[in-house]
Design a protein around this ligand. Structure first.
Ligand code: MN
Length: 426
């Protein structure tokens, strides 16, 4: 085949890719894995396998790309990401060539193939990046409106600044964990409206937040804003993000300085960095912004991505039930605007920084991205199979997020973002 475009839907790989796989040759996301025998190293996903990038580099398959020795023999992708967007693109393009059905270099090298391709069931995926800073935006109009209506004014749910800037706060990086890590129910101060004083105990309103996170691949310079039209050059790709929330702790503590212990006990990240390059065919226009935004936030063209986002709840010993289906295309504020706004005051970005979208809700009740919204703050329980119901998350529940962009028979999937809730430590 003549194409050199790694996103070409006609491309196939000599590695078997099962139907419905998240990881066809058009995806090739980056991650960090380990096996029983190997220390953590970088890899790319293809079908039901990971491709060991250390093995690829050491056997000369990545020669000519200007990669320093050992760049993939690291416990995080940060050193590779620091090489920048163009280098990440070149490596993905080279891996695409190596895995193409009509390329014999790796396909016909039995030794390298057997060492370099490892079944996913034999590996453990780890945190793909060391996160120096985590910023949580609030970029979904539907989510901000739903929360404003629940807690403030149903007639006028948005605060006056919301349509003028992508509102955000600085989150906590230390407690971000990779998919599969158990999460312990947090304890804290709880106070309902009618209680005269707070009590202390495990949260009774544990929630998830369906988000997508972008990972930064270049340092920016303090004092120098990143212009909106160059903003995507400092983003390697996207991951799924569950920003767990304790609504009762949050509601009592947040005045006047905002989110703290109701948010910073844990956030769960999916293991695969799906590159912006792989998502290029899924660009779409975002919602119309009204009133018009200030010049430093103005963008044109397809700045949103059409990514289906799903949340499943699995009770202890029960089956998975789909409880939310949303889409990142609903986001009012796009990634370019988030970055332009984040840096407009001179704040610098660092390699590995996570910029999370904020809960992504859509217009329909089935697309609400948190239990707070899905159950109207616990007033309308969700019905699950086996006559179970849920208002908020119970001990033993597992929350599983999945995401994928799909067109022309190509599915660019994100893998899973999964966490099980363990009882509070008493
Ligand atoms: Mn959040």
């Amino acid at each position: 085949m003549q194409t050199t475009n790694p996103n070409d839907p006609r491309l196939t790989s000599w590695v078997t890719v099962p139907p419905g796989s998240d990881f066809p040759i058009q995806n090739l996301p980056f991650g960090i894995f380990r096996t029983r025998y190997l220390t953590p190293v970088a890899c790319v996903a293809i079908g039901d396998h990971v491709l060991d990038l250390v093995c690829m580099q050491e056997n000369g398959f990545l020669d000519g790309l200007g990669l320093p020795p050992g760049i993939f023999n690291q416990p995080t992708l940060n050193p590779f990401l620091a090489m920048g967007r163009r280098k990440i693109r070149e490596v993905r393009e080279r891996i695409s060539v190596l895995l193409r059905a009509d390329n014999e270099e790796l396909r016909d090298n039995a030794t390298a193939r057997e060492i370099g391709l490892i079944p996913m069931r034999e590996v453990q995926m780890l945190m793909p990046v060391k996160v120096p800073n985590y910023t949580d935006f609030y970029s979904s109009l539907e989510h901000a409106s739903n929360v404003g209506a629940l807690f403030r004014d149903p007639q006028n749910p948005l605060l006056p600044n919301w349509r003028h800037m992508p509102v955000a706060y600085h989150g906590r990086a230390s407690s971000i964990v990779v998919s599969g890590t158990p999460v312990i129910r947090p304890r804290g101060q709880l106070k309902s409206k009618d209680d005269p004083s707070p009590r202390f105990g495990p949260t009774e309103k544990l929630d998830f937040e369906l988000e997508i996170a972008a990972v930064v691949c270049g340092n920016s310079t303090q004092g120098q804003p990143v212009p909106v039209e160059k903003a995507e050059e400092c983003i390697a790709g996207m991951l799924l993000f569950n920003d767990w929330s304790a609504r009762d702790i949050q509601q009592w503590e947040y005045v006047p300085l905002g989110p703290f212990l109701g948010k910073n006990f844990a956030s769960t990240l999916s293991p695969w960095i799906v590159t912006l390059d792989a998502l290029e065919p899924f660009r779409t226009e975002g919602p119309e912004q009204n009133p018009p935004v200030l010049p430093y936030l103005q963008t044109t063209g397809g700045c949103n991505f059409d990514i289906v986002l799903e949340v499943y709840l699995q009770p202890d010993g029960g089956e998975e039930t789909l409880i939310c289906r949303s889409n990142s295309r609903y986001l009012y504020w796009n990634l370019r605007q988030q970055i332009a706004h984040h840096t407009i005051n001179g704040c610098n970005l660092e390699v590995g920084d996570l910029l999370a979208s904020g809960t992504i809700s859509g217009p329909d009740p089935e697309s609400f991205g948190s239990l707070l919204e899905l159950t109207y703050n616990g007033k309308r329980p969700l019905k699950l199979p086996d006559n179970r119901t849920r208002t908020f998350i119970e001990n033993g529940d597992t929350i599983i997020m999945r995401g994928y962009a799909e067109r022309n028979g190509v599915r660019i999937g994100f893998g899973e973002c999964k966490g099980r809730i363990q009882p509070a430590i008493l």
